[in-house]
Design a protein around this ligand. Structure first.
Ligand code: ADP
Ligand code: MG
Ligand code: ZN
Length: 477
């Protein structure tokens, strides 16, 4: 029997707002110098405190929804999800069950170079909990993170392989980074993922019991978790048992998971409408502001690179992996109208230099204006600079900054093609070699190379052979 994986994801992303969701505490948790200094009576939920929603959070959240091409609900509400855990100071989480901001839509990405569409069930907003550290029999609580805004994106059970899951998560990460909604760094806990999985006979469309692995926290761990869980469920099913619906913990070091608790139902959480926070009502002018923050989707860029610019797949992937890089590349193409050369200069010259350098590692560290890089491409295209020398000029721009033309002249790299002088050389060579010219005209094409060589020699090897090629052809053909 062949089994297929059925996977649904719940992804949490920390919204990159200045302050937390309901108070003025700093939201950049990583910057806190010690535990429990990023807190106030509101995010510690002291009696009598009234939370007020942060407008920037709402804006970024709407931008995220728009980037994913979905319908934004004009009115959305919060609910309380009650449970006790020491990392949650108020014993309930402020979340959205009944009227989240965004319902059903989809995200497109490429899996093995084919465009695929993955359905999303909904997205809602909720607040983060604190962080616990277990030391022997003691548990330490740090509430710096408590009250940070999280978006939760819940997919339909639409993934059937680890490749699909990876490509989808990477696309989501790129989208959120591009729109400045979230830094989505898994290592910094800004993006985390619950993996829900069941298996079924290939070709069937039933949904069997699933397990949920909470907060698997790197791309590679997610891949390992999926493979191990598939094996485990297959073994259970093949021996005639039914997989338990449960929450399991993934231990990446040992590559195994263990049962934590049986899967709870929404009812167990005693969801109730949140009485302290007013519904969010979005007005048209707010939506307009959000629209103006949208950027071109990374996948749209990638398709443009492949289909319009005819770039190689690997290059398109490299250029779109980092949104700033793709914007830089787009700008260069705008200036030069030459996507192929812009691509090779960015991917094989500029990125290589940035990889090597310890001082200049980001585009914002570059010491030269993008117009200078465009000028290098222009010089190559007008045959004033050879490709090999272009690399030298870019290196000089990279380390010292400056202007492309000044570097070309200073290093004496400009190829001369003064038309009048070239014409004169060609005429000289033709009249000095009548036999060879006759030979060429009689059909001996090989002699043409000899004539070019004569021109190069007469020019003191300073000139561009391509130009002589053209001029000779014009005269003789
Ligand atoms: P909960 O909030 O209790 O975790 P949901 O019904 O919201 O439950 O589903 C959570 C995730 O589980 C969704 O991503 C969904 O796609 C996925 N899921 C639901 N049923 C299955 C199944 N049979 N197999 C795999 N994934 C599933
Ligand atoms: Mg869940
Ligand atoms: Zn606070």
């Amino acid at each position: 029997m062949n089994y297929e994986k059925v996977i649904g994801l719940e992804i949490h992303m920390r919204i990159k707002s200045q302050t937390k969701m309901f108070c003025g505490c700093q939201n950049a948790v990583e910057l806190a110098s010690e535990p429990n200094i990023n807190v106030c009576p509101v995010c510690m939920w002291f009696p009598g405190m009234l939370p007020a929603i942060n407008a920037q959070v709402v804006r970024l959240w709407v931008v995220a929804g728009m980037m994913m091409n979905c319908e934004i609900n004009r009115v959305s509400r919060f609910d309380r999800k009650s449970y006790f855990y020491p990392d949650l100071p108020n014993s309930f989480q402020t979340t959205q069950l009944y009227e989240p901001i965004v319902w059903a839509w989809h995200v497109e990405t490429m899996v093995e170079w084919k465009l695929q569409r993955f359905d999303i069930h909904h997205m809602h907003l909720e607040n983060d909990a604190g962080k616990l550290a277990h030391a022997g029999w003691k548990t330490l609580c740090d509430y710096n993170r408590a009250g940070s805004p999280l978006m939760e994106i819940v997919t339909e059970p639409v993934f059937h392989s680890r490749e699909e899951v990876m490509e989808f998560l990477k696309e989501l990460q790129k989208m959120m980074r591009a729109a400045w909604v979230s830094d989505a760094d898994m290592e910094k806990w800004q993006m985390r993922c619950d993996v829900n999985m069941s298996i079924r006979e290939e070709g069937s469309d039933v949904l069997n019991n699933r397990t949920e692995h909470k907060n698997v926290n790197s791309f590679s761990a997610i891949g390992r978790c999926i493979d191990a869980e598939f094996k485990r469920q297959k073994k259970i099913t093949e021996s005639g048992w039914i997989v338990d619906q449960e929450t399991r913990g993934w231990d990446d070091a040992s590559g195994t998971s263990s049962s934590q608790r049986s899967k709870e139902d929404a009812m167990d959480y005693r969801y109730v409408p949140e009485p302290d926070i007013l519904p969010i009502v979005l007005h048209e002018d707010m939506l307009e502001i959000c629209k103006s923050q949208m950027v071109e989707l990374p996948i749209t860029k990638r398709i443009k690179y492949l289909e319009t610019y005819k770039l190689w797949e690997d290059d398109a992937r490299i250029l779109t992996a980092d949104y700033k890089l793709s914007e830089y590349f787009d700008q260069l193409v705008d200036l030069t109208d030459d996507a192929k050369k812009s691509c090779s200069i960015v991917t094989s010259v500029l990125l290589a230099l940035m990889n090597e350098s310890e001082e200049i590692t980001k585009l914002s560290d570059l010491k030269f204006e993008i117009s200078q890089l465009a000028r290098v491409i222009e010089l190559v295209n007008s045959d004033e600079l050879s490709s090999t020398n272009a690399k030298q000029v870019i290196e000089s721009l990279f380390y010292q900054g400056g202007k492309a033309d000044a570097i070309v002249d200073e290093k004496n790299l400009r190829q001369k093609n003064d038309m009048w002088a070239l014409q004169w050389i060609v005429d000289e060579v033709i009249s000095a070699n009548p036999d060879q010219v006759a030979d060429y005209k009689g059909g001996n094409e090989r002699i043409f190379g000899f004539l070019i060589w004569q021109c190069m020699k007469a020019s003191g090897w300073q000139w561009n052979p391509k130009i002589f090629n053209e001029l000779l052809k014009k005269k003789l053909d």
